[in-house]
Design a protein around this ligand. Sequence first.
Ligand SMILES: Cc1cc2nc3c(=O)[nH]c(=O)nc-3n(C[C@H](O)[C@H](O)[C@H](O)COP(=O)(O)OP(=O)(O)OC[C@H]3O[C@@H](n4cnc5c(N)ncnc54)[C@H](O)[C@@H]3O)c2cc1C
Length: 194
Amino acid sequence: MKSYDVLIVGAGILGLSTAYHLQRENPSMAIAVIDKGTPGSGNTSRSVTMLRDTFASDVSIALAGSSIGFYKGLQEGGTDIGPENMMYLWLFNDSQYAKNRSALEVMHAKGIQIEEIAADELQRKVPSLCLDPTRISDDAATMGLPPITCGILGKNCYSVDPLRIVDYYRSAFIKLGGEVYSNVFMEDFLVVSY
Ligand SMILES: Cc1cc2nc3c(=O)[nH]c(=O)nc-3n(C[C@H](O)[C@H](O)[C@H](O)COP(=O)(O)OP(=O)(O)OC[C@H]3O[C@@H](n4cnc5c(N)ncnc54)[C@H](O)[C@@H]3O)c2cc1C
């Protein structure tokens, strides 16, 4: 029976990217990825695959920033992962804005590309947007929905093609010597302490 140093269960974006980076850092390690279906056939293929760097914690900023950088590098290096600069728009009422204000200040201080848009400017940019839900539904008043007073636009945000990324990680991992097996179901595992 063949044995491996590392067996990764699940050939989604997490399993394959982990396998690729682990193999790249440890060329002599024997690593295999198994999946009960085919690579990317789980949530990864259902994802909209929006990437954003609009976070306030150092860990999330580092993870999001390095991922976006990695994917930009792939595209510039000739691997087409279908990127589109999409932008994110969050709509806040006064109390939501107040709650998120310190996080927004951190993002500004850390150079995250966000723009705060006041309600009148938001309405000018998106005329079809209803900023006051009470104007279109009695239920809005019953539910106590306050008007939107501010928009936060995240600019360094992209959408990419999830299956192209899966395919990149799968083939790059195999090129490094890794193995990927489809239609292999992991039924159980044993935890052994040494
Ligand atoms: C509709 C939708 C939209 C989304 N939009 C976004 C978005 O815009 N941006 C974003 O960042 N995230 C988004 N996500 C979330 C994102 O898709 C997931 O976080 C990501 O795909 C998780 O990757 P994964 O590799 O952990 O899981 P998966 O892709 O689900 O991979 C797990 C794999 O494990 C395999 N598996 C499971 N059990 C076993 C077993 N016992 N034996 C063998 N194989 C097994 C499955 O077949 C599967 O292929 C979205 C998700 C959905 C559903």
